[in-house]
Design a protein around this ligand. Structure first.
Ligand code: CTP
Length: 398
């Protein structure tokens, strides 16, 4: 049920816009209040009058209407969810680029509610690498995507690219609101990214972690309604971190301090960061000049954050770690589970093509303290994150 939920429906120029009338009616039938904004191109496919009549609200379209400026910020603030259906290839690309040349885009860019996108386009446009890339970044920005379906397209061809049916979109909206109740009131701590251990003012010891897996996890927990604190190492990706409390750190020691501060309050903690195991004993104040043919740097162990949190963990807290292994994967992961007193270990192997550092996909196996072991298929990191969250929720209720 969508009783009391406010949905802002954005409609763009695609033949699938004719289905927006059914979508509005079905959302209202579920109890939602719906307001519609549409692009100029959308009006060629469906009349604003139809949508205004069905939604019982005037339809907004231009940045100005009747000489009055439309307050796009307030439209975004009014909504509990912004749903763009259909989302044309053109608007999809503009959203990715941050272009703001109509009211719908201005509302999208300023909205601080969750945004759900239901793309619709011809198969060749759908399969173009630019579209794939744009959709991937929109998903990484935290937008929810309703997958396209297969079938007859406006061109007369059959293939992928059709907008999901209104019933499917309404189910996705219902699922979204139900999801947000699942971890409401729970606090989650995630570590992500690499750490940089300084050698001198210009050099450091780092690793290839991109932070993508940890940020996807933070996002997946947030989508389940949890309050998420993300302790994030130095990453070069420009993530959208809206809705997350972010503590930026550089070194393993800073990550340790930050996690220690937050841990006590956290119901669920996942250490996804690739923490450096060693750090220089001393950091030089000036740039180290080259001299000898060989040079040794003395390193000391960094604090093992997961292990230390494992020692402090109470019976009400769930603690998960990652293991990155190249040999004896299962055995090493099980050892980490016990030695670090974690509730579960998510194993990813660097030997898998498409898994690991910097990739958009991952393949994981989860081992837990109660003897559970589940192998997952290769998936996008967004979907792997959802699997991990699901696993943890089931673990809590087991
Ligand atoms: N970890 C940590 N603090 C460290 C090192 C690792 O919290 N100083 C955490 C990681 O975030 C991960 C888990 O421990 O959740 C396992 O990390 P991994 O690098 O696979 O293992 P290590 O414990 O570092 O052991 P090794 O490098 O010998 O495999």
């Amino acid at each position: 049920m969508l009783q009391g939920r406010k949905i802002l429906l954005g409609i763009t120029g695609s033949i699938a816009a004719y289905k927006a009338a059914v979508l509005v009616r079905n959302l209202i039938r579920e109890g939602a209040e719906v307001k519609v904004i549409m692009t100029e191109a959308a009006k060629d496919f469906i009349s604003p009058l139809t949508l205004a009549t069905l939604s019982k609200h005037p339809v907004s379209s231009g940045i100005f209407s009747n000489g009055v400026w439309e307050n796009h910020v307030m439209l975004g603030r009014w909504a509990d969810l912004m749903l763009v259906a259909p989302l044309s290839c053109n608007t999809l690309a503009k959203m990715e680029a941050g272009i703001c040349d109509n009211l719908l885009l201005a509302v999208y860019l300023s909205a601080n509610c969750p945004v759900m996108l239901a793309p619709a386009m011809d198969e060749d446009m759908w399969k173009h690498p630019a579209t794939k890339r744009n959709l991937k970044s929109l998903e990484a920005f935290g937008n929810l995507i309703v997958p396209v379906s297969n079938g007859e397209l406006a061109s007369g061809l059959f293939g992928e690219g059709r907008m999901a049916e209104p019933e499917t979109i309404v189910s996705a909206v219902l699922e979204h609101f139900q999801n947000r109740e699942r971890l409401r009131g729970r606090k989650v701590l995630i570590s992500a990214g690499p750490t940089y251990e300084h050698i001198d003012p210009v050099r450091f010891i780092g690793n290839h972690s991109s932070g993508k897996m940890g940020v996807a996890l933070a996002r997946a927990f947030e989508q389940c309604g949890a309050s998420v604190t993300l302790v994030l190492g130095p990453v070069s990706n420009k993530f959208s971190l809206e809705g997350l409390e972010v503590i930026r750190v550089q070194t393993a020691d800073e990550m340790f301090q930050a996690c220690n501060r937050v841990f006590e309050e956290a119901d669920i903690t996942v250490m996804a960061a690739a923490v450096a195991d060693y750090t220089p004993v001393a950091v030089a104040n000036e740039k180290i000049k080259k001299s000898e043919e060989t040079w040794s740097l003395t390193l000391k162990k960094t604090p093992d954050i997961l292990k230390s949190l494992g020692q402090r963990k109470t019976g009400n807290q769930v603690l998960a770690g990652f293991a990155l292994e190249t040999t004896n994967e299962r055995e090493n992961a099980m050892n980490k589970l016990h030695q670090k007193n974690a509730d579960m270990i998510v194993l990813n192997s660097l030997r898998e093509d498409g898994a690991g550092f910097g990739k958009d996909t991952n393949r994981v196996t989860i081992f837990d303290r109660k003897g559970g072991e589940v192998n997952f298929e290769m998936k996008s990191k967004t979907d792997v994150a959802k699997d991990i969250v699901e696993y943890i929720i089931n673990y809590i209720h087991a």
